[in-house]
Design a protein around this ligand. Structure first.
Ligand code: GLC
Length: 479
């Protein structure tokens, strides 16, 4: 009996060494698979898309500052110390009078996204500042009521969604649950010391009910008046039922009020799904039936995950437009995309248009560069699923949906020349399998010893390409 146990232990240890980073498929205790067949179907479709664009566009684009957050009085937030908080708020709200995006060009955005190889969109219909980028009946604090109101495309969200739909994107509405502009969330009677609603909901249930209705109505407008929507991406995870506050929320370091900021998600979700059957709802960090996939932010999970997820990351340093932002290199983005996909997720990359309605040229050219790679290597990324052995060093693995084809994606260190020989461990090709370099469609020579695989790149290819962000290969693997 003990010898048997010792043998099992020995072999599992060896297997761990033979297959580095072999996925142990940790079952998430937090993820709840949807049961509605239409939602499941949409989730599966969404998992095929892999690469999306999140666009932060709102009042903050006017001065070119970080989105919304300066309105909030938490002590980590930097503001000009010569101006009082109240004056700052007045100034910020007043930005709505100068927001006139006369060059509003969602076709340019959609083309840039398409050229990059992106396949789904998430657009900020309303950020925490409460300024609406859609025509809402609930408030005048919107792009459709300011200086842009007489423009035929004043209902901005509609034209953004249309432009991306035309390029075949799945369509997502970002919507912030907290709203720092409505008096139902930040009651002007009291100070606004932090991100939370600023009154005790237990003492003022009427006001909170107004807020619930306000939120319900706005989401209702988005779900009914903007054509087919695939995704409702709800930000502001501190607006949640008190009993769902967990360690993760506490780790944000923000104040947690004694009352429940419950907006009745079941009611919102059933209305939204009645209008948009199969709608994916991403109630970020509020684990449960309305978090259809999880959304780690500005980071990639350490290991492969067995539930649907997406890393959202900025192309520059900020979510929205700020002047002279430093953009990540195409290589960096491609490497992240590869790692994310191999770990079973999708990459949602953040871009911020300027106040005039255009995306900065530098961002556009970065996206184009990314697209040069995704266009020729698409087979190894889109419509793939994760492979049990998903990584060895700089090499990441994916597989086709039917599991018959494996893909190896070898990340090349930025601006270094291509090697003549590539090696990895695990995912040994089946005897006689062709190893095809996807970008050329040509077979390359390979050998294997044990679980070590060696590829020999043709010298003329190395000479021609010199360098590349990554090389992708397809082959049939032994399980
Ligand atoms: C963070 C930011 C928020 C932004 C979001 C996008 O939560 O605080 O402003 O919209 O990331 O993922």
């Amino acid at each position: 009996m003990y010898r048997f146990l010792a043998l099992i232990l020995f072999f599992s240890f060896q297997a761990g060494r033979l297959f580095p980073q072999q996925n142990v498929h940790p079952q998430s205790t937090h993820y709840e698979w949807p049961t509605d067949p239409l939602v499941k179907q949409k989730l599966d479709k969404w998992q095929d898309q892999k690469f999306g664009m999140i666009i932060h566009w709102g009042l903050y684009a006017v001065p070119g500052m970080i989105e919304s957050w300066a309105l909030c009085s938490e002590d980590w937030i930097e503001r000009d110390s010569t101006q009082s908080y109240d004056d700052f708020k007045k100034w910020y709200w007043g930005l709505s009078k100068g927001f006139n995006p006369v060059k509003f060009n969602p076709e340019q955005w959609a083309k840039a996204g398409k050229d990059a190889g992106m396949r789904y969109l998430v657009f900020t219909t309303k950020h925490h500042d409460g300024f609406c980028m859609f025509d809402t009946k609930q408030t005048d604090f919107s792009i459709a009521k300011g200086p842009f109101k007489n423009n035929p495309r004043a209902d901005v969200a509609k034209y953004v969604f249309d432009a991306f739909r035309k390029q075949g994107f799945m369509i997502g509405a970002y919507f912030s649950k907290p709203d720092w502009h409505t008096e139902y969330y930040w009651w002007p009677k009291y100070a606004t010391p932090d991100r939370n609603n600023n009154y005790d909901i237990r003492k003022h249930p009427w006001r909170w009910n107004q807020f619930k209705q306000y939120t319900y109505n706005q989401i209702g407008e988005l779900m009914h008046n903007y054509g087919a929507v695939d995704l409702l991406w709800l930000d502001g995870g501190w607006v949640r039922p008190l009993e769902t506050v967990n360690e993760e929320v506490r780790s944000w370091g923000a104040a947690i009020p004694a009352w429940s900021q419950d907006i009745d998600m079941p009611r919102i979700a059933s209305m939204a799904r009645e209008a948009q059957p199969g709608l994916l709802i991403v109630d970020r960090t509020v684990h449960g039936p309305y978090e259809n996939y999880q959304t780690p932010e500005q980071k990639i999970p350490e290991k492969q995950l067995d539930h649907p997820w997406e890393s959202c990351m900025t192309l520059g340093n900020a979510w929205g437009y700020v002047p002279n932002d430093q953009y990540k290199s195409a290589s960096q983005v491609i490497h992240s995309l590869i790692e994310v996909v191999a770990k079973g997720g999708s990459l949602l990359l953040g871009v911020g248009p300027r106040a005039d309605g255009t995306i900065p040229e530098q961002a556009v050219s970065r996206l184009e560069e990314i697209g040069k790679w995704t266009a020729v290597n698409s087979a190894a990324i889109y419509q793939t699923r994760s492979a049990p052995v998903y990584n060895d060093g700089n090499t990441w693995f994916t597989r086709s949906r039917d599991g018959k084809t494996k893909y190896a994606l070898v990340c090349i260190k930025e601006s270094s020349v291509l090697p003549l020989v590539i090696e990895w461990r695990g995912n040994v090709p089946a005897k006689g399998s062709k190893m095809v370099l996807i970008e050329s469609g040509k077979a390359v020579k390979w050998t294997s010893v044990g679980n070590k695989v060696k590829l020999y790149l043709p010298a003329n290819l190395v000479k021609r390409l010199k360098t590349a962000p990554a090389l992708a290969f397809s082959f049939t693997a032994v399980e």
